[in-house]
Design a protein around this ligand. Structure first.
Ligand SMILES: [Zn+2]
Ligand SMILES: [Zn+2]
Length: 424
């Protein structure tokens, strides 16, 4: 049988713009087509001819996986396979992306509509037969609501693409479904935290609760800037799990995400916890609600998670000079974002002098940390090779000597544009 080519169109030695082309002599399928932000400007993956694609598989809604997919629909009609929840969340995020970065984006709402009109919804556990060539199995990746990883059977080879993966349970989601994977020849793995160990989740939850209680008892307000998809809801559920009785406000796009999640209760680990949390949560509707949130000791969950705008930046500026209040970051803070700047310097844009509110950072990551990633790779143990993508090259290089000593299979860290040929 003929060889299979795996071409890295994006996400090679970088965290972002995931895009992987899998092709045999007959057909090409694309796994993800995302963007990466350099400062505020989105960068796109390498070009692929949309008309040559037989299918696009989207692992999850984050823009670094979904943000460039509409580009493929300018003149082509390619079947798009993803979960219904990922499709709905992607629509929300891509619309927002067009609103904020539209000037730099080479497609418009029309292409997003075209993308959605070519949607084929897939479910966890499903094995999809694409003509005679490919069978693609869909599994829960445990990363954000609706996220999947894929196993591709082609030309007698089995290729597993993790997308972004989290094998551990969180309050919001069950960890990735890693049962009964069978033999894998090639593993294409994310490597975001391959050299970084997350603290225990329970430690983060308890620390968050301790800080909240200290601040709120003194009459302060707590702002939790959080990503709209996943992290905002995770924090909301942590507050419910620990039975926090102070008023909780949720603002920005996180509200729209909740509306979507309520329609997909089966995707959450414990939907009743969300129901109970929502009974107590005040969903911010207008400016008078925002004023109310700032008028009392309260917990405010709001995107953007890195304070790059949105309601979180508004609230941050309002409480910046209040030493009784706190801003607790719960997401990775990318370089050049106001959130990172605040953590490193204690300064916020448009606010003169140091921020007086208490500043904290807690690691509520939705990616596998080093140990979990290595355990996952060990469990899969590909027969031929492991291809690392979606990782900073320095971090992957740091982990390589240990990995090469431990594993028999070949380890590859390709650049964008590289093709790896695999023989059956
Ligand atoms: Zn992601
Ligand atoms: Zn990602």
């Amino acid at each position: 049988m003929n060889e299979v080519n795996i071409t890295i169109l994006g996400g090679g030695r970088e965290v972002g713009r995931a895009a992987i082309l899998v092709s045999n002599s007959e057909k090409k399928i694309l796994l993800d087509y995302g963007v990466i932000f350099e400062e505020d400007k989105p960068l796109f993956p390498l070009h692929v001819r949309p008309k040559e694609l037989s299918a696009v598989f989207l692992s999850h809604a984050h823009l670094d996986h979904s943000g460039a997919v509409p580009l493929l629909y300018i003149n082509a009609k390619i079947p798009l396979f993803t979960t219904e929840l990922t499709a709905e969340l992607s629509e929300l995020l891509i619309r927002d992306f067009l609103k904020i970065s539209g000037y730099y984006v080479p497609f418009e709402h029309n292409e997003l509509s075209q993308m959605l009109s070519n949607l084929n919804c897939i479910r966890y556990g499903e094995d999809l037969q694409l003509d005679d060539d490919y069978v693609v199995s869909v599994r829960d990746a445990g990363h954000i609501p609706g996220s999947s990883y894929f196993i591709i059977d082609v030309n007698g080879l089995r290729i597993l693409y993790t997308g972004d993966i989290n094998p551990s349970d969180t309050v919001l989601l069950k960890g990735a479904d890693l049962g009964k994977i069978g033999d894998i020849d090639v593993l294409i793995s994310e490597s975001t935290y391959i050299s970084y160990e997350h603290p225990e989740r329970e430690y983060c939850e308890k620390t968050l609760i301790e800080i909240l209680e200290e601040v709120l008892e003194k009459g302060g307000k707590v702002l939790i800037p959080a990503f709209s998809v996943g992290r905002s809801q995770e924090i909301l559920l942590v507050l419910e799990k620990y039975d926090i009785e102070y008023p909780i406000f949720i603002d920005g796009m996180a509200r729209g995400v909740i509306e979507i999640l309520v329609r997909h209760p089966e995707c959450l680990r414990d939907y009743r916890l969300l129901e109970r949390a929502l009974e107590k949560t005040l969903i911010v509707k207008d400016w008078s609600d925002r004023k109310k949130a700032l008028d009392m000791p309260s917990i405010i969950i709001a995107p953007a998670g890195m304070l790059k705008g949105g309601p979180s930046l508004y609230y941050a500026k309002k409480i910046a000079k209040d030493p009784k209040s706190a801003i607790i970051m719960v997401s990775f803070q990318a370089p050049y974002t106001p959130g990172r700047h605040l953590l490193e310097t204690g300064l916020l844009p448009e606010i003169s002098g140091k921020v007086k509110a208490r500043i904290e950072w807690l690691d509520f990551s939705s990616h596998a940390g080093r140990r979990q990633l290595l355990e996952t790779i060990r469990k899969i143990s590909p027969r031929k090779s492991c291809i690392f993508v979606h990782g900073d090259y320095r971090a992957v290089k740091e982990a390589l000597p240990e990995l090469e000593q431990e594993y028999d299979f070949e380890i590859l860290v390709p650049r964008n544009g590289e093709t790896i040929s695999v023989k059956p």
